[in-house]
Write a protein that binds this ligand. Sequence first.
Ligand code: BGC
Length: 344
Amino acid sequence: MSISVTLSGCQMSKNQTSITSSSYQQNNESTKEKIKIGFSMDTLKEDRWKRDKELFKQAVEDLGAEVEIVEANGDDAMQILQAETLIEDGVDLLVVVPHNAEAMATIVKKAHSSGIKVLSYDRLIKNADVDLYISFDNEMVGKLQAETITKLVPKGKYVYIGGADTDNNAHQVKRGVFTVLEPYIEKGEITIVYDQWTKNWDPADAYINVEEALDANGQEIDAVIAGNDATAQSVIKALTIRGLAGQIPVAGQDADLPAIQNIEKGIQAMTVYKPIPSLALKVAEIAIKMVKGEHIVVDQKVNNGKIEVPTILLEPIAVTKENILDTVIKDKFYSKREVYGTSE
Ligand code: BGC
């Protein structure tokens, strides 16, 4: 299914006049002014976001536009302030990775009142008139995690270490996980013995939670599904200290290098690889088209609590020891040397 969206009704110039695609181009050609995109990021903590930042900058510049990037270090007030500054600086469009799905709604309102459209990058802004959302299929991420783990452990005690409650992705991933687990739970084959969010996706918080899960169950657990690779690493740390690493399958997501190395070593069962270059490029291309007032074709719409947001979802890929070569190495996400310590 594809849906055509003309993102009209929101003014696109810095001086708040609504202009069509052709008048923008004429204006742009005569003044030779470059399109300027504002990119408001939550954090650079996980490695993936460093990639997102570099690749997005490169993609925007390759397309002849420029980008101003700010990063809020997980602080909502800071992210709002930084995004307000981008609006005041006169960016033509705002791309946002919200730290808090709800808190950034205020920025969408402010941007729109200055004639600036807002594109939600990777994470959805909730309860706001977001113009477009581009991400990976996060529900699929959870499904891939649970499908891989249930093949290894079709019966037993499962621990769920979720992502940040404030991040819509964490909820989508969890929905995917439980869609797969539900039939097993109903048949009494799988029991969820622990289920917690991880505050701010903080690995230290995940560590406390997994310790609690192990203690509460006398270490008798059979599988762990974690929100991402950073939290999965905390799980593996706790299991290693207790001499259990490699005996209990652990799932993560992001294809972080330590996770891929742990998969190779046999102490993490799987991760979910999301090719960040495709996301960064897609967002850059579409952001520029939106500024030019061009027609955008999307595959679907996702409800964000206020509206049905036009959405483009890219496909995530499950990675286990069997397909490291055919996925992250084939795509040059990592070199053989990085993963195996050798280029052979
Ligand atoms: C992203 C993950 C990331 C996590 C923590 C989520 O929204 O989808 O890729 O690991 O945030 O930053």
